[in-house]
Design a protein around this ligand. Structure first.
Ligand code: ADP
Ligand code: ADP
Ligand code: MG
Ligand code: MG
Length: 583
């Protein structure tokens, strides 16, 4: 069995509270051989040939940075490894002309690495020191689709355009007007057309450093497709976008694939991934240590396999429980005590005005909130949280509120352990374990990644004592697995505690999985917003989907929500009956 030793060096504290414990406890070292040594950077290096897999060093390491992993025998040779004791990637996703191929997997499992290899940004090393040549790659993949792909790349027949994951870097590295930035890459001479399709035509004369996250994402997508290529690669194109924009971008990306053009995309929004792709690869392994790309599957079946948590062909179980959805929308029978009510609320913010006519929130409910970017969702939540005061109207609220803002500020160098003092002690099984926060406890707040910070903020919010929990966009930066874990946590806690949550989000599957009622915001972004509801799920979804001109159904096998193909029999039937969802 091949064995790898992975050291997450950024976590290692040798010399700062640890005196080379791993090396001192290693039985191979004790027998006089050099299995674990110190490298030039004063961090340990593990010799994988000498390691006997005894499991002592990972157990004793105070920073939890060592993993010794026995791999299935077919994983003899990685396609790429980030240096000695670094992350290993096995196999690659393969683009197919005429198709959109998706990749589904956890954060830190090697999705971006795989895309960078396809895009030619990383030349793989097969786990060794040396970069492979195209001839070696072709040889490595002999007899597979990948062989044909790299042959074409080698002959210069494939021209690649790549949208990276981190669009915020664009605003940091580029200056000047959006139009000038896009002009530089406009090989198709279609700037105006594509800007219009992606709805960034109105911001072409803005400066790149002033645009919002959602605008930046669409600028990056536009820059990618303006290049004349036959392989387009998108790393997480839906981040920062609202549902309307996600649907628009999905249609647009779908439309790129034709006989001579292939598309590959990494996406965490399952409904969008389902809608956008024909085929998917699932990636599994251990985050930060190794990742394996599964064989390609039809999207519908592949997503169900993913929810199931078990890859039949590979005989790999990557989650101990299947993720399930209730077949019918939840119905709240018993009405609890009223916690908050509002009537005729108005809030004026320079050029934007929010109105909320009438509504109430009861004890023991979970309310999902849907609506476009810039329509006033955050403003409304802030009014409920007591951070903003309405200009007009009544708000009856005599309860305690705990609030997780949309934008989390993490300038403090306090340790996560200090921030989460209460929940570390009280909610180990409810919050710390399922949100995988144990390994973050000794990190500083300002050193956390987006997804880590999000999980800490969610834990902090839920661990405070309150009657109403307000969570603004908790799925941002989280992978599919974490999104579903968060929705399960919120549901179970509210049920057990008899408390209420109101959750704003753009991931429709997350909202469907979580909510018992729905609020829908309508209006014109940046000008006027109307807060409607809370409605029953059915009524709310009907209202919301009508505006999107979409209908949805539940998958027969997994009960997960899916978007009907526009114009399909189901779509036409549901629209005729006015039942856009939950039939
Ligand atoms: P994903 O996109 O699935 O979140 P990535 O491909 O970005 O995952 O990263 C997979 C693993 O590889 C992570 O643990 C990351 O720390 C590591 N990694 C990524 N880039 C590098 C690099 N340049 N050097 C060393 N390790 C890296
Ligand atoms: P959402 O959360 O639905 O994206 P927000 O409530 O954040 O929307 O914002 C609604 C609109 O109000 C946006 O156009 C935003 O630019 C504007 N806005 C928000 N806060 C302020 C403020 N403090 N001053 C002026 N305008 C604001
Ligand atoms: Mg990535
Ligand atoms: Mg908001």
């Amino acid at each position: 069995m091949p064995r790898i030793a992975v050291i997450e060096k950024e976590k290692c504290i040798n010399g700062k509270g640890c005196s080379f414990i791993c090396g001192n406890v290693c039985p191979v070292n004790r027998s006089g051989k050099e299995c674990i040594t110190l490298g030039q950077d004063n961090k340990p290096v593990i010799n994988e040939e000498l390691c006997i897999g005894c499991g002592i060093c990972p157990k004793r390491c105070p920073a939890g940075c060592i993993s010794i992993i026995n791999l299935p025998s077919e994983l003899e040779q990685p396609i790429h490894r980030y240096g000695k004791n670094g992350f290993s990637l096995y196999n690659l996703p393969i683009p197919i002309f005429g198709k959109v191929v998706g990749i589904l997997g956890r954060n830190g499992i090697g999705k971006s690495t795989a895309l960078k290899i396809l895009a030619g940004q990383i030349m793989p090393n097969f786990g060794g020191e040396k970069e492979a040549s195209y001839d070696e790659l072709i040889d490595f993949f002999k007899g597979s689709e990948a062989q044909l792909f790299f042959e074409k790349v080698n002959k210069g027949e494939i021209k690649i355009s790549f949208k990276p994951q981190q669009v915020d870097l664009i605003a940091k590295t580029q200056k000047g007007k959006v139009r000038d930035l896009l002009k530089k890459v406009d090989e198709k001479n279609k700037l105006d057309e594509i800007a219009k399709e992606l709805e960034i035509d109105k911001i072409l004369d803005n400066n790149v450093e002033n645009v919002s996250g959602g605008e930046l994402q669409r600028i990056a997508i536009a820059a990618c497709v303006l290049r004349d290529a036959n392989l387009y690669i998108f790393d997480e194109p839906s981040s920062y976008l609202d549902i309307k924009q996600r649907i628009r971008v999905s249609k647009f990306i779908r439309g790129l694939a034709n006989e001579s053009t292939a598309v590959v995309v990494v996406e965490h929004d399952l409904i969008i991934l389902d809608y956008m792709t024909d085929l998917i690869h699932i990636m599994y392994g251990k985050e930060g240590c190794y990742g394996v790309v599964s064989g390609v599957k039809a999207t519908k079946a592949g997503i169900n396999v993913y929810l199931e948590g078990y890859l039949k062909q590979e005989n790999i179980r990557f989650r101990d429980k299947a993720i399930s959805f209730p077949p019918k929308p939840p119905v709240i029978e018993r009405v609890g005590e009223e916690l908050v009510s509002w009537k005729g609320i108005e809030k004026d913010l320079d050029s934007f005005v929010l109105k909320a006519r009438e509504g109430s929130v009861f004890k023991k409910e979970i309310i999902g909130v849907l609506g476009e970017n810039g329509i006033g969702k955050t403003t409304f939540v802030k009014i409920l949280a007591g951070i903003l005061k309405a200009d007009k109207g009544e708000l009856n609220k005599k309860i305690k509120v705990s609030y997780k803002p949309q934008y989390i500020v993490a300038e403090s160098d306090a340790l996560v352990r200090e921030i989460l003092k209460d929940s570390v002690e009280k909610y180990i099984t409810e919050l710390i374990k399922p949100l995988e926060i144990s390994k973050l406890l000794d990190k500083q707040l300002n050193q956390l990644s987006g997804g880590e910070l999000q999980r800490v903020a969610i834990a902090a919010c839920l661990s405070r004592d309150a009657d109403l929990y307000l969570l603004d966009e908790p799925s941002a930066y989280l992978d599919v697995e974490q999104r579903l874990a968060v929705s399960k946590i919120i549901r179970e806690l509210m049920e057990n505690w008899g408390k209420t949550a109101l959750v704003v989000d753009h991931d429709l599957l997350f909202v469907d999985h979580l909510s018992q009622k729905l609020m829908v915001f309508e209006g014109e972004p940046a000008k006027a917003g109307n807060a409607l509801g809370p409605f029953s799920m059915e009524e709310g979804m009907n209202l919301f989907l009508k505006d999107l001109e979409l209908s949805m159904r539940r998958d027969k096998e997994s009960n997960r929500p899916r978007i009907n193909k526009p114009g399909s029999q189901m779509d036409r039937k549901q629209k005729e009956e006015g039942k856009l969802y939950y039939i």
